[in-house]
Design a protein around this ligand. Structure first.
Ligand SMILES: Nc1ncnc2c1ncn2[C@@H]1O[C@H](COP(=O)(O)OP(=O)(O)OP(=O)(O)O)[C@@H](O)[C@H]1O
Ligand SMILES: [Mg+2]
Length: 253
């Protein structure tokens, strides 16, 4: 589904990513950890096609974004969506919730995901179904972002993220701003959605325990280089990279 091959990226003279390679299967959750500034969000940006890489290749569903332009690029881009740490960043404060939720569908009127086919003529009903999918009541449809709690806003952002049924949803520090019990609810919601809509997650986080809980495999980024990539069950195994061990120790302190 996703293939990242020897991708490098610099901003002026600052090298941010060096020869990063990994792949993802459809339906998989891959965790991406590493300290602040290691290049995690930059990888997300490149996969989304929001920025160009200097060398290497990123292929999503057989599309190479760096080779596409105009309409073709637009078409390919809908297969990947992102949810950020701060849901306010993706929700327009002036739009009622239901409009924010279906905004991606307005941008791609030719796309109707299977789970919305029955209500294809009714945008508001689509928003209602999407809210239901993320565990929110239809009474929130006409509210505005500031009238919701942080956890509810994050659910709205997720509803919006899955509205086009992308192959890949990138979750960049998705739950960092939420308190622990709400975090757990959101993580479980993501797990349910994964089996329900066959979506893959690139799950970026500082929190190793969360990543281990969510993901089948974990990739470790250090100063723009992928130093370790392993199955989550091998997190404590002996052949982990010393840097991974350091991160684990720091997390246990
Ligand atoms: N548009 C840009 N122009 C110049 N430098 C940038 C740009 N975007 C990112 N960088 C630099 O790239 C490096 C990696 O940033 P990135 O946001 O990918 O880190 P991160 O791993 O996501 O960190 P955090 O955990 O704090 O979110 C940083 O040194 C950052 O300053
Ligand atoms: Mg980041």
């Amino acid at each position: 589904m996703l293939e990242v091959k020897k991708v490098s990226k610099s901003y002026r003279s600052n090298t941010v990513l060096t020869d990063v390679s990994f792949h993802m299967q459809q339906g998989e959750c891959l965790g991406l950890i590493g300290e602040s500034g290691s290049g995690k969000s930059t990888i997300a940006k490149l996969i989304l096609g929001l920025d160009q890489y200097d060398s290497g290749q990123i292929i999503l569903n057989n599309f190479d974004f760096n080779q596409l332009k105009g309409r073709e690029l637009r078409k390919a881009r809908r297969h990947v969506q992102i949810v950020f740490q701060d849901p306010s960043a993706s929700l327009n404060p002036k739009l009622p919730i239901w409009k924010s939720v279906i905004e991606p569908l307005e941008n791609y009127p030719e796309v109707i995901p299977a789970f919305l086919k029955e209500v294809r003529k009714d945008r508001r009903k689509m928003a209602e179904i999407l809210l239901e999918k993320v565990g929110l009541h239809s009474s929130l449809l006409d509210r505005y972002p500031h009238q919701l709690s942080g956890g509810q806003r994050q659910r709205v952002a997720i509803a919006r993220g899955i509205s086009l049924q992308p192959s890949l949803l990138i979750c960049d520090e998705l739950t960092s701003s939420l308190d622990v019990s709400i975090q757990a609810q959101i993580l479980n919601l993501l797990k349910e959605l994964k089996s329900e809509v066959n979506i893959s997650y690139l799950f970026i986080s500082h929190d190793i325990a969360t990543v281990q809980y969510m993901c089948e495999r974990i990739a470790v980024l250090k100063e723009g280089m992928l130093v370790d990539l392993f199955s989550s069950k091998d997190l404590f195994s002996e052949n982990r990279h010393p840097y991974t061990e350091k991160l684990v120790e720091a997390a246990l302190e």
